[in-house]
Design a protein around this ligand. Structure first.
Ligand code: SF4
Length: 494
């Protein structure tokens, strides 16, 4: 779309070059959804064309002009769509594109998906004449219809009334759940093709998203069925089939076809990915993951915390926001992994690294949310912030409950392979007694502060150090700090 045409109608530019634009707190006119207010986005297919009022926008609740500058508000976006070629399977696909098209709007930041959406509108956008969320909705509809011509009619209902957002969110959650249930029961070995998604390469150019029946997209918004539907209806779009090729490692989930795709999609940055591993050749993570996993070398186990968790700190001393900075960026970061919530339900969940028997800690609200995915024998062995707030209390807890990592785990996966585990009771006990640290032990970085903390710096340092499992150990302490660093030189300690 030409800029001139966009400016004629809207007081803001519409251009893919604004993808990735961030609106910082200091430059924010208002925030919608995010960590502090409920929010969601939902696309609903309507088979009766008369029930979709094309290009119509309804707003329920206060508009931009009635909002207080600097304020945070609830936000729901519902789109009704009709098209002869559209089927129910495409709802999730169209919904995921809301992120892409809204990112074309200058001065408007859209992050995440489903019930995690986080929107900020900049002060400049308002100064330039943005007065109403209806303008945003109209621009979004226009982009959808010009980019996806199979959408014949589209209507938007935006909601900022908090009670109404909460009410509609409950309904949306049921729809998300029904979509998620569809892929259970289908496995990687049942299909010939996986699907790539390059939608987030505008933010993370080396990101390689591979969606398989056993590994839902890390953003949680695209299942294997959704990706297949997207590839069929929009072959020029971000989703395309990846022929599986030969299976090199059934436990790790390594396929020649995926490795070839990794080279092509990452521009040669990566040449292999194990779909079901945490520590070795892990799947890359862009910035949209629903859950972040982190390796805890002192106990040789893995912890998990999700976006939107009410838990402020993990046993490694980092909140979600800081861990997210280490996970993201389209990198393979050893020691960190981003996943979609549904991956917890996969029978291949990080099976290369021991699956649930390697999980030592979860934020309590996450553990509660996925409790029906946790094997019964592991339920009481996984600590939350109620049992363990630091490494010391985590060690004590794991020893008390005789967690598999204490003695070392014998790995069994899919009944096809048994591999010796890791860690020994002696190592853990020695470490607990303070006599000798486990070989793999490395103090994790301790960082606190807000979003202004230079995440790129942390990522660069971690990447240069080869991830959490390498030496020499690095400890970074940034407390309530705003730091600007021109150059960092890292040299190995002899
Ligand atoms: S996280 Fe991956 S699957 Fe989800 S939209 Fe981004 S690239 Fe696609």
């Amino acid at each position: 779309m030409g800029e001139a045409e966009a400016e004629e109608v809207f007081p803001f530019d519409l251009n893919p070059m604004y993808e990735g634009e961030r609106v910082r707190k200091s430059n924010m006119y208002v925030e919608l959804g995010g960590m502090n207010k409920p929010g969601f986005e939902l696309v609903l297919f309507e088979p009766d064309p008369d029930k979709v009022h094309d290009n119509e926008v309804t707003l329920i609740g206060p508009d931009l002009e009635e909002m207080e500058e600097g304020g945070t508000y609830a936000f729901g976006m519902i789109y009704k769509v009709y098209g002869e070629k559209i089927e129910k399977d495409l709802e999730a696909v169209i919904e995921r594109r809301n992120h892409e098209y809204q990112s074309y709007i200058q001065g408007y930041m859209h992050l995440n998906q489903r019930a995690e959406i986080w929107v900020r509108i900049s002060k400049e956008a308002v100064k330039k004449g943005l007065k109403s969320l209806k303008q945003i909705a109209k621009a979004t509809i226009m982009l959808f219809k010009s980019e996806l011509p199979f959408i014949e009619k589209m209507e938007a209902i935006y909601i900022t009334d908090e009670d109404e957002v909460k009410k509609q969110l409950e309904e949306a959650m049921k729809i998300y759940e029904a979509r998620d249930m569809k892929t259970r029961g289908l496995h990687d070995e049942d299909v010939d093709e996986f699907y790539q998604c390059t939608l987030c390469q505008s933010f993370a150019p080396t990101n390689v998203c591979v969606v398989t029946p056993d590994r839902v997209a890390l953003c949680g918004a695209m299942s294997w069925f959704d990706s297949r539907a997207a590839a069929r209806v929009d072959p020029e779009g971000p989703n395309a089939p990846i022929p599986k090729g030969e299976c090199i490692d059934p436990i790790g989930g390594e396929y020649t076809g995926v490795n070839e795709a990794a080279v092509k999609l990452s521009g040669g940055e990566y040449d292999s990915i194990k779909l079901h591993a945490f520590l070795e050749k892990p799947h890359t993570s862009c910035g949209c993951f629903e859950v972040a996993g982190f390796y805890i070398p002192e106990v040789d186990g893995i912890g998990w915390i999700h976006r939107g968790s009410k838990v402020s700190e993990t046993p490694i001393g980092l909140p979600f926001s800081t861990i997210a900075g280490s996970v993201g960026g389209g990198k393979q970061v050893k020691g960190f992994l981003g996943i979609g919530i549904q991956y917890f339900y996969s029978s291949k969940f990080i099976q290369y690294d021991g699956g649930w028997r390697r999980v030592v800690w979860m934020a309590s609200d996450l553990k509660e949310r996925v409790k029906d995915a946790i094997p019964e024998e592991m339920m009481d062995k996984i600590a939350t912030e109620k049992e363990a707030t630091d490494i010391e209390s985590l060690r004590e807890f794991l020893q008390r409950v005789d967690h598999p990592v204490v003695k070392g785990v014998i790995r069994e996966a899919d009944g096809t392979k048994i591999t010796e585990g890791w860690g020994t009771a002696e190592k853990i006990e020695e470490a607990a007694a303070g006599t000798e640290a486990p070989e793999t032990a490395m103090p994790p970085p301790v960082i606190s502060g807000e979003e202004e903390i230079p995440q790129d710096l942390i990522r660069a340092i971690m990447a240069n150090a080869g991830g959490m499992g390498s030496s020499p150990p690095i400890k970074i302490v940034l407390k309530d700090a705003k730091i600007s660093i021109g150059k960092v030189i890292l040299s190995k300690k002899e």
